[in-house]
Design a binder for this molecule. Sequence first.
Ligand code: MN
Length: 244
Amino acid sequence: MTESRRDFLKATALTTAGAALGLGFDAAADDKLTAASRLTDAQGQYALPPLPYDYKALEPVIDETTVRLHHDVHHKAYVDGANNALKQLAAARADGNFALVKHWSRELAFHGSGHVLHTLYWTSLTPSPGGEPKGDLSKAIAADFGDLAKLKAHLTKATVAVEASGWGVLAYQALDRRLTVLQAEKHQDLTVWGATPLLVIDVWEHAYYLKYQSKRADYVAAVWDILDWTAAGLRFEAARSAAR
Ligand code: MN
């Protein structure tokens, strides 16, 4: 493991209920990707990572206004919510009053998972897509789905079909060393133990409604043009080496 890879792993280490989703980032030489993948600040507080590109860089697939609101308002709210839940749980430990432990545990799961998933989402997208998956990820897609077209059909249908708000997820299941497609309807409840998300597609309405309105399928179809398979490949490499 190179020094930069070790730094990257450290920068993205996470311990919260949200980690049940398994943020398994490891390698990246790209500083922007590293910064955009960092969930906490120097004090260990959750922090909103910078976008790895300009607000308007994903146009025409995703418009500037949507990205601005989505990142600065929606994602920020998850960060603040997770920090508040940690604070409330610390207060409960300090005074021994756990009357609201269920509430704050749920808040931590909801906001912590939202923070993890949005961080993955921004780094699942890129204004300069490098084409199709490469290397070991490409081989794993062939082994586990048949080919990229079949993965695309499966992940697209699963994402469009998410009931109400949620996410389409391509994940690596370390327990049986297989790629898998998941739907996350209530992201605080998504606990497929051992699965590490490699690439996620947000289908909460705030992710697409300004531009696509009710046409979620059009948004998901368009998002395929800006998926970052390089970042997904790095996450796959990290998840696989952790599973060895
Ligand atoms: Mn969102």
